[in-house]
Design a protein. Sequence first.
Length: 283
Amino acid sequence: MKFTKMQAYGNDYVYIDAIHQKLNNLSELAKFVSNRHFAIGSDGMVLICPSEVADFRMRMFNPDGTEGEMCGNALRSMSKYVYDHKFTTKTNLTIETLGGIQHVELFVENGQAVNIKANIGNPVLDTKKIPVNTNLEEFIEQPVKILDKEFKISAVSWGNPHCVMFVPDVNNLDVEKYGREIEHKTDLFPNKTNVTFAQVINSNYIKIREWERGTGETIGCGTGCCTAVTVSVITGRTNRKVEVEQIGGILEIEWDKETGNMFMKGPSYTVFESEIDVSHIIK
């Protein structure tokens, strides 16, 4: 089985062509290509599949074998994959995900996609649609005691739940200590949730650190960036167009006032390509 490891400003994913080969036992395969089993530093596995309603379908699996809904960085990298590997010549793509149909624009130089702009849709705030244990209609800046600190937590979704809280100094925060506690706080979230810690530098600039459910701290998460921007705009902290600094670099995020959609733009990289024998797993 051929695979490609790609990075989208922080998240490392393994991309597998599931159009031209049949794969079984996907949960076990996802575990095998994770950093715990195959030692390639993978945040997860992404399958490129055929779609009846879009150009391609994206299926994303976490390192623990569970299937996730969507990651903005994985979405952008998949778009680069299908263009660079000649699956398509289109520079405007639609990608089917569990979170809905996503729209991606590719910027090409010398035959390769070097920059990717993704429209990941309108953020959902209604807690009837987000798996949050609360009677509040919108879970925005609710005071919650986490260990020895009180955080004001907000929840946003594009098909997968994200929560965000603003802190005075994100660099010196013990992300693992508080991220792990919030991830497993089932009185708030019935299932594990991604956690974004954000610091507002000014009205056009945010710094974040991301704790990803089932993985730990990641270099960056595109959907986590959009979550931080959504809440910062709602609470009057920033403008609608913001640069978000992750450990892996800066993403440009814009929340369109007319459509309500979120856009993210930034580069994506192919790290390496190889082959692995997984016949004992997928047969």
